[in-house]
Design a protein around this ligand. Sequence first.
Ligand SMILES: NC(=O)c1ccc[n+]([C@@H]2O[C@H](COP(=O)([O-])OP(=O)(O)OC[C@H]3O[C@@H](n4cnc5c(N)ncnc54)[C@H](O)[C@@H]3O)[C@@H](O)[C@H]2O)c1
Length: 380
Amino acid sequence: MSILEFKNPYQGLSPTKVSLLHNSTLDATALANIGFFSTVDRESTHILLTDSNVAASMLGELKELFNNLRIKIHPIIVAPGEPSKTIQAYNYVLDSCADIGITKESTVIGIGGGVIKDLSGFLASTLLRGLNLVLIPTTVLAQVDAAIDWRHSLNLPHGKNLIGSILAPAEILINAGFLKLLNDRWVRDGLAESIKIALCQSPDFLTLLSQANPSDFTWLCRVIDISVSEKVVAMNRDSAPDQAMLVYGHAIGHAIEHLSEGELGHGEAISIGMSVTAELSFLAGLSDELTLKAHYDVFTRFGLPTIVPDKYDLDHIWSIIRADKRFRGDKMWAPSVKTVGTLVVDNAGKCFLPFGEEIVLRALELNKSHGKTTRRLAQD
Ligand SMILES: NC(=O)c1ccc[n+]([C@@H]2O[C@H](COP(=O)([O-])OP(=O)(O)OC[C@H]3O[C@@H](n4cnc5c(N)ncnc54)[C@H](O)[C@@H]3O)[C@@H](O)[C@H]2O)c1
């Protein structure tokens, strides 16, 4: 087992402990690795927040494990997917908490994918003005990226992640053994965040990603370990390129994810977002053709989508991009990859660059025609 730490964004508060162990399934030994559980108040009731898919496969076992640890838990189960990152889902969870007598000593334990991480983080940071948070991520996406964070967001009807809060989790347990029931689509979806890290920061990591097979468990554990340590380094350093890397391809990807109304996973949407952003960088003269090709190649290798679906109107995509947190002065502000492993940094040391409507729409069009060419060649 390896243990990493990332800093608390509030000075003087404890860092977050991240434990990585991959050799076990969900059992008492795995949970006992969460040192924080030895300190939790045995008198208070703790909230175990999860979704119905995770509950179906793990809740029985989890209840028994917490019972063995003499930790009183109250499970709250929400629907799977993005509908649980809404104010309505948050209200439902608050109502459930009101019924059970939560105290300041209660901990929120989020067990699930990135959606559960965001909902439990937002809950822990707001209920009684702040409770402790423990995260046990169960998707690749949440293990390699979403859980290693102190930002927690909910969606609004007009865009993704528009309400949020900041709270450093007390502890995070990453165990690839928890992924055994995750289907192939969600494994690949999660790898999009590892590919993001590689495209922005590490050509060697991109080579490792390009060479292997997601169904090889040993390879997957290695990819998770590298992604987690890169993210932990980025969280601790918190430099301009680190902050930019975290959201590479997301301004466009989030708009596409929002438009898809659950049809596309987060990783699938940001794969398209990164491909369009690569078109944008090439068009703006910020990168070369090889870098553009590297984007399409790596996502295609993992069976991830790269092309904006035909049914999405480009002006509609732009109107949703306008709701992005960083949109200002009629411009989308987004990072660009210069060459694989390096982000564009401007003269002021900033990585968020302004792109106007015309060039973004042109990049979206080029992306759509890239798709048509590929499809035509495939049919020939
Ligand atoms: N910094 C951050 O906070 C951050 C970073 C990246 C993504 N995110 C957010 O994460 C969300 C996406 O996360 P996700 O891709 O994990 O989606 P998700 O949480 O919806 O999980 C995907 C699917 O996998 C199922 N599932 C979860 N664990 C399982 C398991 N072990 N076995 C079988 N099925 C399982 C879920 O029920 C769901 O149907 C998005 O809302 C995104 O905005 C947040």
